[in-house]
Design a protein around this ligand. Structure first.
Ligand code: URA
Length: 202
């Protein structure tokens, strides 16, 4: 894989026909952000606005995510954001396990290129994709998992928080834990040393 670059990855995603999802889309949504970021955010799959723009997390859930990151001092341009599947599932249904498996080759390449130190998993689908079928979001969110030197933290998906704002407080605690971990690892010291002032759960 040593010859692979972000450009070749994007070409491969653009040409991909590994599952049926590409039949009904406007744009592929490979993911975007800082390709030298030590932090990857992994969502489920593109929604309508993401499909229209070819960019991950640009709809209402993305706006909440941007606010949550800003509240711990992280501008979202400084992180890398992508999804388990790069094509929008019809009617925003949850991607099927076989679709996630078919798309995994692209995520594996993103992980290989980025080599993140920390991964924030957004929601149950990303949790299951990364941590296995036994993953349960209500039980496992907020619990750090270390895999081969990479720190992984599951939290609620921002779309879920828009539907169930009573859980924003827990997501806020998870974001605080993320901030602490990034600081402990010496990551983003220029941004995170100042204490956060905004509470995104309010
Ligand atoms: N939900 C996701 O999981 N990903 C997006 O890019 C947008 C909404």
């Amino acid at each position: 894989m040593s010859e692979v670059t972000w450009d070749t990855l994007h070409s491969q995603i653009a040409a991909c026909r590994r599952c049926g999802l590409c039949g009904g889309i406007t744009n592929k949504v490979p993911g975007q952000g800082d390709t030298s970021s030590p932090l990857m955010l992994l969502g489920e799959g593109p929604g309508r606005q993401e499909d229209e723009q070819g960019l991950a997390f640009v709809g209402p859930a993305g706006q909440l995510l941007t606010k949550m990151l800003a509240a711990i001092g992280l501008p979202r341009e400084r992180v890398y954001i992508c999804n388990c599947v790069k094509c929008r599932p019809p009617q925003n249904r949850t991607p099927l396990p076989e679709e996630i498996a078919a798309c995994h080759v692209h995520l594996a390449m993103q992980l290989w290129l980025l080599r993140p130190r920390v991964i924030l998993l957004l929601g149950a689908t990303a949790g299951r994709a990364a941590l296995g079928d036994g993953f349960r979001i209500t039980r496992d969110r907020g619990v750090w998992v270390e895999r081969k030197g990479v720190w992984i933290l599951p939290t609620y998906h921002p779309s879920y928080l828009l539907r169930a704002p009573e859980h924003k407080r827990e997501a806020w605690e998870d974001l605080q834990a993320l901030r602490e971990k990034l600081l402990d690892l010496g990551l983003y010291p220029d941004l995170l040393d100042a204490r956060p002032e905004n509470d995104p759960s309010s």
